[in-house]
Structures are given as C-alpha cells and as structure tokens.
Design a binder for this molecule. Structure first.
Ligand SMILES: C[S@@+](CC[C@H](N)C(=O)[O-])C[C@H]1O[C@@H](n2cnc3c(N)ncnc32)[C@H](O)[C@@H]1O
Length: 396
C-alpha cells in the first residue's frame, strides 16, 4: 500500500504551510482529527489511488487525500459541511479578487439589513456585521460560483466564535446554541453589547492570513458534491481504492440544527433552529437503512479490492449497526478494530464538560488478497460475523 518514500504529505498541523492553514477551514462538530486522516491515507493508499468519503463533513478526508497526491472524492448532505469541503479543496485562486468581492458585498448593504429581527440578533451581532450578513445572504451565489463560495466560506467560518475571533458576541465556534439559551447566557454574563466590528475589514484580514502561504497543492483536483450520498454518488467518477469515512452517530449530533445559524447566513435555513428529531438519527431502524443505502452506494463507487476504514461511535447502538451493515457488504473481508486514541481535549471539554466520553472505534476492512500493513499492528483481528456462504453485494 503506502510507498516507503520521503514523507508524502506536507505538514497539516500548525500554520507554516498553505496545506495546514486551509486544513483548518471550517469549524464543524464531530470532525476527523487531521492527523488521523493523514495516517490512514498514508498507510492504506498510495499515490494515484482514489480515496472516497461518502459522509465527508468539512472535507477532511478528501482534503488530505488531495494534498497527498491521491484522487479525492466526497459528498455531504449538509450545505455548511459541503461549503467548507468544496472551498478547502478548491479555493478561488486570487486573494485580491476575494477581497474585492468582500468589499462589493459591503457596498450592497441596505438600511434595513442592519436591523435585528429578534433579541438573539440584537445581542449576537453589531449593526454593521448584521447588515453585511444580510447583504451576503442576498448576493452571494455560493452554489454556482467559486469566488462567491470562497467568500461565503470565510463568512460562515467567522460567523460565530469566541469574542474577538469572529463577527459575533461570545458564541461556540462549532455548534450554534439555541437562541433563547444564548440570550439568557449573555444577559447572565453581562455581555449585552455585541462587538462593533467592521465586517469587510475583518474578513479581508482573515482571508489574507489564509492565503499568506498560497493555496493547497493539487487544489481543484478533488470531486466534492453536495447532496444525499445515495443520490450524488452514482454520478461521481470515483473508483476508490480506499473508503475512509465516519458516519453520523445515533442520537448524538443534529447536523442541521447545530448549524442553524450558518445555514441561515447561507440563505438556506430559517432564522431559528429546527430541532426535528429525524435529523438526529434517533430511530435505529431508519439509521440502519440510511447507513446501508449510503455504504452500498460507496461500495458501487469503489474497486473490488478497496480497503475500508470507518471511525464510529463506541456506543453499542451505533457500533453494532455499523458492524452488521459492513459484514453484509463485505462478507469476505478481514476485519480489524481498535478503540480510537482519544484526543487530549474534546471540544465539549474545552467548554467545561469533563464527563468521560464514550469515545470512538476504528474499523478497518481488508480484502483477503491484501497483506496486512504495519498500520494495523495496533488493531485487533476480529472474526468475520458473516454467515457461511454469504456473498458480497453485486456492483451494478
Ligand atoms: C461524523 S460527520 C463526518 C465528519 C467528517 N469526517 C469531518 O471530518 O468533517 C457525518 C456527516 O454525515 C453527513 N450525512 C448524514 N447523512 C448523509 C447522507 N445521506 N449523505 C451524505 N452525507 C450525510 C452529515 O451531514 C455529517 O456531516
């Protein structure tokens, strides 16, 4: 698998390379640690292979694959996730054009754009920031146009953050809290005056920082689609040698509600969250059917001898379903598992939640024809649970 040559992937952590700066684009809940994706891509694929992630979130897997010289493909159903993934793998090449477009948006702000419509907006944003956000919601064609998409990605990245690090009053960067909760919390903490920021100057500066080392290598070569994987994967060109993914976890994150403020800023969501329970995958039956359909679609875009690596919730509810679906999909494969090394500080811990987290499990599926790579030394071989005589599903 991996060629034992010089280090294939440029540094992806820190700030010194274009690749490390663009890798940071897009705060998103439950994202892969970049080093995990790098280790898997390096160990389980080689130059020229294609890596596919059908639940790509903010695009960590396709991004790492692309900058490592692999073909890269991914999709996500959430427009916020897709925006980050699409822009980090294909940012507009010119900083000057991006800054000019930011200034153009500022000139289109109308008087009423800066008027808050509820208490949350009153306390969350200064008038200039709110005016810019509303103008951007109207003007930016982020689905169709790479320049507008890049500007939108900067806007939603910095939309809410710690005080001074974004356009808002103090808010979590990854997950937008309930508006009523935020209002109560700002009042309790005496944070009742939102910061008065010049949004265009702020975003121009942040864009300059992101572009200071250039754009990532091989930018533009990845294929990242917006939509339900079962619908978009059949039209994607990938013949993946490695499927690297992390499916949603049952009952944990609600990717639409958690991103309600960013979805609103993109003009695709209401100005208050929609807590519809379906978005949280609370029904095990519906979850299994969604997972089976998406992973089968990925199977049809992968090679006969593809290696699969999944990071999943360690809680039995999710883990058992993933194991069952994968055993049905790849009954002839050898299976390896390990508890995933937990990050030193989880995001919730940074916000004062010190309860023990159940953690994740990494699952690797290796075709019988492939030798076990050194990377799997820390994994345990797991007997296949497939029934005798069970056959792999047919590719179309
Ligand atoms: C655990 S997250 C993946 C995070 C990703 N590994 C990263 O580094 O950002 C799971 C993702 O699956 C997406 N998703 C859920 N159902 C989907 C579907 N049917 N098709 C495509 N994406 C889906 C969610 O929007 C979410 O972004």
């Amino acid at each position: 698998m991996s060629t034992n040559g010089p280090r294939e992937v440029p540094p992806l952590t820190g700030f010194r390379t274009a690749e490390s700066r663009w890798a940071r684009l897009g705060p998103y809940y439950a994202m892969f640690p970049i080093e995990f994706a790098r280790q898997v891509v390096e160990a389980l694929s080689k130059q020229g292979d294609t890596v596919l992630d059908p639940f790509c979130g903010r695009g960590t897997a396709p991004y790492v694959a692309m900058v490592s010289g692999r073909g890269a493909a991914g999709c996500d159903i959430n427009p916020v996730a897709w925006l980050y993934a699409a822009v980090k793998t294909d940012p507009h090449p010119s900083l000057a054009d991006v800054q000019k477009r930011i200034d153009e948006i500022a000139t289109t702000v109308r008087d009423k754009d800066g008027r808050p419509t509820d208490e949350f907006q009153t306390l969350a944003f200064g008038r200039r920031a709110l005016g810019f956000i509303n103008a951007a919601r109207r003007e930016l064609q982020w689905r169709a146009n790479v320049l507008d998409r890049t500007v939108s990605a900067f806007l939603v990245h910095y939309l809410h953050a710690k005080l001074g690090q974004g356009l808002s009053n103090q808010l979590r960067p990854t997950k937008a809290m309930c508006p009523d909760y935020s209002v109560r919390w700002w009042r309790k903490c005496g944070l009742t005056t939102p910061p008065d920021i010049d949004p265009a100057a702020f975003l121009r500066d942040r864009a300059a920082w992101r572009y200071a080392k250039g754009v990532p290598r091989h930018a533009g070569s990845a294929s990242v689609e917006l939509g339900n994987a079962t619908e978009v994967l059949p039209d994607m060109p990938a013949a993946a040698s490695l499927v690297l993914t992390s499916p949603p976890y049952i009952g944990v994150a609600n990717y639409r509600a958690d991103n309600w403020l960013r979805l609103w800023a993109l003009g695709v969501g209401p100005p208050r969250p929609n807590w519809s329970i379906d978005q949280k995958f609370c029904s095990a039956r519906k979850y299994e059917s969604m997972l089976g359909a998406v992973l089968h679609a990925a199977y049809c875009r992968s090679r006969q001898d593809a290696v699969w690596c999944l990071r999943v919730d360690a809680r039995e509810r999710t883990l058992d379903i993933v194991r069952r679906v994968m055993a049905g999909l790849l009954p002839d494969y050898r299976t390896y598992e390990r508890p995933s090394p937990s990050p030193r500080h989880t995001q919730t811990r940074l916000y004062g939640d010190d309860r023990r987290k159940p953690g994740d499990v990494d699952l690797v599926y290796l075709p019988r024809s492939k030798r076990k790579p050194a990377f799997l030394r820390s994994f345990k071989f797991v007997r296949s649970v497939a029934r005798r005589g069970q056959r792999a599903k047919k590719r179309p």
